[in-house]
Design a protein around this ligand. Structure first.
Ligand code: KE4
Length: 434
C-alpha cells in the first residue's frame, strides 16, 4: 500500500548522489537522469518490480519511465528473471556465435517483414551509427537527412539539433562534433513534406539516407501527420535513397510490429533497441538483403562489437518477445494506455489547466501548452517550468514520470487499473497545485 500523503525522505539518495557526483560526470551515466530539466537531485533506485520502482530510501513509485522504454512487461518479469538465472550459470560471454543470436534474429524477422537480415549490437546509438555507415557504403553517397528534434543516439554526425537530452539542455549542436561531420548532416523540419521533397529533388545525388523517428519520442511524443511518412517513402524510393526507420523507441512500443506496422510503411532499414533487449544492452539494425550484404564479413562495410549478441542480453530479449507474442498482451497494454489517456485528459479539464496530450500505442506525452504540437518548434512552446512543478508534485505523490518535458512516457503490461486511477488522482492534485 503506498501512502502518498506521507512526506518522503531522500537522505540515502542524496548521500549516494553526493558520492557519485565526485567521480561520475553529473553523478549519472546518462545526462537526462540528472533531473537538470526539472531541478533537484536524482533519485537513486534500489530495485523494481512490476509497475513500481523503489528508491534507496524505500520510497515506492508507479513508474512510467520504464528505463526509457525497455520494461514494457514491467520490471523483473518472472519469466525474464527465471531465464536469466538459468543462463548466467552457463557463462556470460564467449566472443563466438551462439544459437541464441539466431533465435532472437528469427523472432524479429517474423515480426518485421521489412527486415530480411539483421545485425545485433549493444545500443541504439550503435544501431543507428552502423545503419548510416551501411547506407553510405551501399549508395556511395555521403549526406544524411535527419529531422529537427529527432534523437538517434550520440554518434557525432547525429548530434545536430538532436532531441532528448540535447533538446532538454538547449544544446542543439554538441561541442566536440567537428564541423566536417555536421556538414554531411542535413536537418529538416518534421512533418513538412514540401521541405523534404524540395531538399531531396535538389540534392538526391549526394544523399545516402534519411533517418527518422516515425513517431518522435525525443521531444515528447510527436505524431506524423497523414501523408508525411508516405511522401518520405515515395521520394526516397524514387531517388534510391535508403529510408531508415529509427524504431529504437517505437519498436514493439507503438505496436508489436512497431511504427512501420502501425502506419503501414516499409522502410529499407530499421534500427531497434530498448524492448528488444528486455532491459539488457541490445541494439540491432537490419533491412533488405542486398543492403545488409554490405556488412562485414559478408561485405566491405566494417562494424563490430565485443559483446554484440551477448548470451544474457539475447536471453532477456528472446524471453521478452516470447511473452509479448502471447495472445491478448497488446490488447491489455492498449487498454492500459487508453485508460491513462482518458484519465489524464479529464484531470487537466477538471483542474482547468490547458495541456495537449498525444499518444501512439503505449508511448505518450502531456505538453503544457495550448498550441497543437507537430514538430520541434511547436513542442518548444510548452511551459517547461510548469512541467518541472508538475514533475515534482507527481514524484511527491509517488508517481515517476520522465524528468523532462521533452521525453515520452511509457505504459507496461504490469500497470493495474488501480495504479492508473491513483496516477490520475495524483495528476489532478498536482495540476490543481501548479
Ligand atoms: P541508446 O544508445 O541510448 O541505447 O539509444 C539511442 C536512441 C536512438 N534512437 C532513439 C529513437 C532513441 O530514443 C534513443 C535513446 N532514447 C533516450 C530516451 N529519450 C535514452 C535515454 C537516455 O539517453 O538516457
Amino acid at each position: 500500500m503506498i501512502n502518498y500523503k506521507v512526506m518522503k525522505k531522500y537522505t540515502e539518495s542524496r548521500k549516494l548522489f553526493n558520492k557519485a557526483v565526485q567521480i561520475i560526470p553529473g553523478g549519472v551515466n546518462s545526462p537526462v537522469r540528472a533531473f537538470k530539466a526539472v531541478g533537484g537531485n536524482p533519485l537513486f533506485i534500489d530495485h523494481a518490480k512490476g509497475s513500481r520502482i523503489y528508491d534507496a530510501d524505500g520510497n515506492a513509485y508507479i513508474d512510467y519511465v520504464l528505463s526509457w522504454g525497455p520494461m514494457i512487461l514491467g520490471h523483473a518479469h518472472p519469466a525474464v528473471v527465471k531465464a536469466l538465472k538459468s543462463a548466467v550459470g552457463k557463462g556470460t560471454s564467449f566472443g563466438a556465435p551462439t544459437a541464441l543470436e539466431t533465435g532472437l534474429a528469427e523472432q524479429v524477422l517474423k515480426i518485421y517483414p521489412s527486415i530480411e537480415k539483421i545485425r545485433m549490437v549493444n545500443s541504439g546509438t550503435e544501431a543507428t551509427m552502423s545503419a548510416i555507415r551501411v547506407a553510405r557504403g551501399f549508395t556511395g553517397r555521403d549526406k544524411v537527412i535527419k529531422f529537427d528534434g529527432c534523437y538517434h543516439g550520440h554518434a557525432d554526425g547525429l548530434l545536430v539539433k538532436a532531441g532528448s537530452g540535447a533538446a532538454t539542455f538547449g544544446l542543439p549542436d554538441s561541442p566536440g562534433v567537428p564541423k566536417s561531420y555536421a556538414r554531411n548532416t542535413i536537418t529538416l523540419p518534421y512533418n513538412d513534406p514540401a521541405a523534404l521533397t524540395k531538399m531531396i529533388e535538389k540534392d538526391w545525388r549526394e544523399i545516402a539516407c534519411v533517418i527518422i523517428e516515425p513517431v518522435v519520442g525525443n521531444i515528447g511524443c510527436v505524431l506524423p501527420r497523414p501523408g508525411f511518412l508516405e511522401t518520405l517513402r515515395t521520394v526516397t524510393k524514387k531517388h534510391g535513397i535508403v529510408l531508415i526507420f529509427d524504431e529504437v523507441m517505437t519498436g514493439f512500443r507503438v505496436s508489436f510490429g512497431g511504427a512501420q506496422k502501425y502506419y503501414g510503411i516499409s522502410p529499407d532499414m530499421t534500427c531497434l533497441g530498448k524492448v528488444i533487449g528486455g532491459g539488457l544492452p541490445v541494439g540491432a539494425y537490419g533491412g533488405k538483403k542486398e543492403i545488409m550484404a554490405m556488412v562485414s564479413p559478408e561485405g566491405p562495410v566494417y562494424q563490430a562489437g565485443t559483446l554484440s549478441g551477448n548470451p544474457l542480453a539475447m536471453t532477456a530479449g528472446i524471453t521478452t518477445l516470447k511473452e509479448l507474442s502471447r495472445p491478448g498482451i497488446y490488447k491489455k497494454i492498449e487498454q492500459n494506455s487508453a485508460l491513462l489517456e482518458a484519465g489524464l485528459r479529464d484531470a487537466a479539464k477538471r483542474a482547468g489547466v490547458v495541456t495537449r496530450f498525444y499518444r501512439a500505442g503505449s508511448m505518450f506525452c502531456t505538453y503544457f501548452t495550448g498550441a497543437d504540437v507537430f514538430d520541434y518548434p511547436t513542442a518548444k512552446t510548452a511551459d517547461t517550468k510548469k512541467f518541472g512543478r508538475f514533475f515534482a508534485e507527481m514524484l511527491r505523490q509517488g508517481v515517476n514520470i520522465a524528468p523532462s518535458q521533452f521525453e515520452a512516457g511509457f505504459m507496461s503490461l504490469a500497470h493495474s487499473e488501480r495504479d492508473i486511477s491513483r496516477t490520475v488522482t495524483a495528476a489532478y492534485d498536482a495540476l490543481k497545485k501548479i
